[in-house]
Ligand binder design. Structure first.
Ligand SMILES: [Zn+2]
Length: 345
């Protein structure tokens, strides 16, 4: 905590897409839990551990209605020497420390966002590596979700990966306390074939046609505010880290009128964009930087007043020293300097 802790908070109530969400799912938002802007400003420093009150309720009571999720990405664990800023062997140590923090925070669930392992010399070596890092992540006292990453599939098939960790399916959705969550799989080649044992070019990532159809139907069937988890980026198809058919995916997300945020790994950097009112966050990789001081993770809180709060730690990041909310515009401020907030779809 302390100086290394960063809190990022903002409200998404003033954006176009959310006003559409409201009309579709207003019954899911408890009127009694709505708070004034003034109180919102006070409670936006929730991560500082200050004794705040919200109306007649204590912040602790208020906080009980908040859904909290631990998010960690790109461990790239492997028993091999450091390459650049990637400290492969340190990832298990860091994962254990991150899980300790997650367990203290009593989260609703945890998500690993892809690239648990780095991809080694053989299937056997990768299964062994996977079991070591999975042992650390599985110490989490709660439900775990996994997104498939390209490095997980350098020597393994998707079903092999899923069999040997707590992953459920390549892509699926679930509900939790009034929210809908979608785990996406963008590990497909352009011809809709699965990434399998290295039969792919990592810069060519696609969401398959079948998955697109499933996603459209899945989002039509929910009225809950929805959060998407994806390894490859959906907000930058021109980048090598971007899903190449991301515009098609974004169109489905926008048309659904329920998606509030997308969380992404793969690029190993903190980043943020807003596209048509949907917030796209990229999260720093666990493998980056040496030792425990460089463990990177985020805790995502979804509040009943429709704030999203992201707390995190991690090296080389503007985010680690960043406690930011613009109480007037209720939008991100500092990250504007990194990347423009809005791009065309
Ligand atoms: Zn990665």
């Amino acid at each position: 905590m302390g100086g290394r802790e960063a809190v990022l908070a903002f409200c998404f109530s003033n954006i176009k897409v959310v006003s559409q969400i409201e009309s579709k799912s207003i019954m899911n938002i408890e009127p009694s839990s709505r708070i004034s802007r003034r109180t919102w400003i006070k409670s936006s420093i929730i991560g500082l551990g200050l004794p705040l009150t919200v109306g007649s309720s204590t912040l602790a009571q208020f906080d009980e209605s908040t859904l909290k999720i631990g998010v960690v990405t790109d461990a790239h664990y492997a028993d091999k020497g450091t390459l650049g800023n990637r400290h492969y062997r340190d990832s298990v140590l860091k994962m254990n420390a991150v899980v300790d923090i997650f367990n203290q925070r009593k989260l609703d669930f945890a998500v690993f966002m892809g690239d648990l392992i780095d991809g080694h010399a053989s299937t056997e070596a990768d299964l062994k590596t996977l079991s070591i890092v999975e042992t650390a992540f599985s110490r989490f006292n709660g439900v775990r979700h996994y997104v498939l990453g390209n490095h997980d599939l350098l020597k393994l098939a998707k079903d092999q990966f899923i069999e040997h960790c707590g992953a459920k399916n390549p892509y699926y959705s679930f509900d939790r306390r009034g929210y809908h969550f979608v785990v996406l799989d963008a590990c497909f080649n352009q011809d809709n074939s699965d990434y399998k044992a290295g039969n792919f070019n990592w810069t060519e990532a696609y969401v398959s046609k079948e998955e697109l159809a499933w996603l459209e139907t899945d989002l039509q069937q929910t009225s809950h505010p929805t959060v998407i988890f994806t390894h490859q980026r959906l907000d930058d198809e021109d980048s090598p880290y971007g899903v190449k058919n991301a515009p098609v995916v974004r169109n489905i997300l926008q048309q659904s009128q329920v998606v509030i945020a997308v969380f992404q790994g793969h690029n190993h950097i903190w980043d943020y964009r807003s596209i048509y009112g949907i917030h796209y966050f990229s999260l720093l990789a666990l493998v980056e930087g040496a030792g425990l001081e460089n463990k990177s993770y985020s805790t995502l809180s979804l509040h009943r007043d429709r704030r999203i709060v992201l707390e995190g730690e991690g090296a080389n990041s503007p985010f680690r020293n960043f406690i930011a909310v613009d109480p007037i515009s209720q939008r991100l401020t500092t990250w504007k300097e990194i990347k423009s907030e809005a791009i065309s779809p």
